[in-house]
Design a protein around this ligand. Structure first.
Ligand code: NAD
Ligand code: ZN
Length: 251
């Protein structure tokens, strides 16, 4: 096999590691056709996000949030895991990686076959919705049909609470259980691999810093520079699918 020097280095790091923690961001899903946020053609170059306080405060903000959700939903519904997701799933299958810590909300790690118990979602999941008061679950297809009738933002059928996609918006408290599990996995790892994250969103970006402080090696695969590149033992600028796919022997 003819690997370039960096890919070979990544392969060696993985081989030498006892326990790998994988940390993914929007960049791992761009090869599945889902745009990221901060690339030049990312989502936020077009629309400012609606934060949690605004969502709670006004019916109009909720209507706008749901309009955007339904307008962009087709992409996530039809997206399939790509070579990068498959390579991550292979590392989990080999028991090399105990868990995947993800900032993504698209459900593609689940779709790649990784058991739910080994996926830690820091920013929730946009493929279903929850009542903010009683946590009753709602399916997006049902909500879309109801919204199409009168554009009324959904309310909980059980308690009339506000229903929101199961994602964590800016200003919304982080999910405690996911944060705890992510910290445990980070501390347990001797290799921490970042895949496709600009590493500017905290507290999520604190995990690679914690891994490094804790003595783990740090590898970052990202097309653009990140603020933590200087901390990393290995920085790869290629595409995630190609680089990790080759390092793990996955097509
Ligand atoms: P980000 O958009 O800030 O950064 C993504 C990074 O990935 C960029 O630096 C980009 O250069 C790099 N990248 C893109 N495609 C790549 C590829 N194929 N190979 C290598 N590098 C690639 O993403 P973030 O750090 O995850 O933070 C954004 C927030 O947006 C997260 O909190 C997440 O919840 C949310 N988000 C999620 C999705 C998703 O679930 N797919 C999509 C958009 C945004
Ligand atoms: Zn409710």
């Amino acid at each position: 096999m003819n690997l370039d020097r960096d890919t070979a280095a990544l392969r060696r790091m993985i081989a030498q590691a006892r326990r790998v923690a994988i940390f993914t961001g929007a960049g791992i899903s761009t090869e599945s056709g889902i745009p990221d946020f901060r690339s030049p053609d990312g989502i936020w170059t077009r629309l400012a996000p609606i934060d949690f306080a605004a969502f709670l405060a006004s019916e109009e903000a909720r209507r706008e949030a749901w309009r955007r959700k339904f307008a962009s939903d087709g992409v996530i519904r039809t997206a399939r895991p790509n070579r990068g997701h498959r390579a991550v799933a292979e590392l989990v299958r080999r028991d090399k990686a105990a868990a995947v810590i993800t900032q993504n909300i698209d459900g593609l790690h689940q779709a790649s076959g990784i058991p739910e118990a080994q996926i830690i979602e820091l920013h929730g999941n946009t493929t279903y919705a929850l009542c903010l008061d009683c946590a009753a679950r709602y399916e997006i297809d049902d909500l879309r049909r109801a919204f199409a009738r009168d554009e009324a933002p959904p309310r909980c059928a059980e308690c009339r609470g506000i229903v929101k996609t199961a994602t964590i918006s800016f200003g919304q408290p982080m999910p405690g259980e996911a944060m705890r599990r992510a910290e445990i996995e980070t501390r347990a790892a001797d290799l921490f691999v970042v895949l496709g994250s600009s590493l500017v969103v905290y507290p999520a970006a604190g995990f690679p810093e914690l891994a490094k402080r804790n003595g783990a090696a740090l590898a970052i695969i990202n097309r653009e520079a990140t603020p933590l590149d200087g901390l990393a033992d290995l920085v790869l600028r290629g595409s995630i699918g190609e680089t990790l796919g080759a390092a793990v022997d996955i097509d």
